[in-house]
Design a protein around this ligand. Structure first.
Ligand SMILES: N[C@@H](CCC(=O)N[C@@H](CS)C(=O)NCC(=O)O)C(=O)O
Length: 208
């Protein structure tokens, strides 16, 4: 059994979607990051930077933090969504999500969605970068069915929950034809619908 320590955020949803995709039994332990539960001493023991998500694989007695590392762990354990032949390609797109797409869209959320009017520089900077990310993903997906090639992979699972916040981005997802095609394809997967609502709030995936 996998225990998932998480909150209802894009990084949190990556892992519930993956667990649904591989059909593993899991239990969610909520970490209320708005009430600073991530800073509790017990949680810091399993998450050195006090961030969700974290998993404990109780069967194999392993604790893993960092969503990209968790996705790789679960992919290798299940033998799914991390094809040997595409590994280098998947790694590139997964690292791009972890090091660029997620952090930049995350800043866009901070300046544009949560704190508008506080910093024109921050708002403009991350709006511009987020638009560039939409453009770059759209270009890639006009050439390739999924991010790392013809098969759905952990790179898509890592990136999709961030684009699922498109209504916060105000960029107009529907104007990006290939990104929308990819987004809708993934949004229609039963595991994604279930993993998206892993907090069981009846949450629906936002349409473009
Ligand atoms: N690189 C980390 C980022 C994790 C992350 O930023 N988690 C956020 C929620 S999406 C968090 O725990 N925030 C609480 C805080 O920063 O205090 C990963 O991908 O796992």
């Amino acid at each position: 059994m996998i225990e998932l320590f998480s909150a209802n955020t894009p990084n949190g949803k990556k892992i519930s979607i993956m667990l649904e995709e591989i059909g593993y039994e899991y239990k969610v332990t909520k970490v209320d990051i708005n009430n600073k539960e991530q800073f509790k001493e017990d949680f810091k023991k399993i998450s050195p930077f006090s961030k969700i998500p974290v998993i404990i694989d109780h069967k194999n007695k392993k604790t893993i933090f960092e969503s990209g590392a968790i996705l790789i762990y679960l992919a290798e354990l299940s033998g799914k969504f991390y094809n040997e032949k595409d590994k280098t390609e998947i790694n590139q797109w997964l690292m791009a999500q972890m090091g660029y797409i997620g952090p930049m869209l995350g800043q866009h959320h901070q300046f544009h969605h949560y704190n508008p009017g506080k910093s024109k520089f921050g708002e403009d900077r991350y709006f511009k970068i987020s638009k560039a990310i939409y453009n770059d993903l759209d270009l890639r997906l006009s050439q390739s069915k999924f991010l790392a090639g013809e098969e759905y992979s952990i790179a898509d699972i890592a990136t999709w929950p961030w684009i699922a916040r498109h209504d916060w981005h105000d960029i107009g997802l529907k104007n990006y034809k290939s990104l929308t095609r990819w987004y809708n394809d993934i949004a229609g997967r039963a595991a994604v619908i279930k993993g998206y609502d892993f907090m069981n709030k009846g949450e629906k995936i936002p349409t473009p």
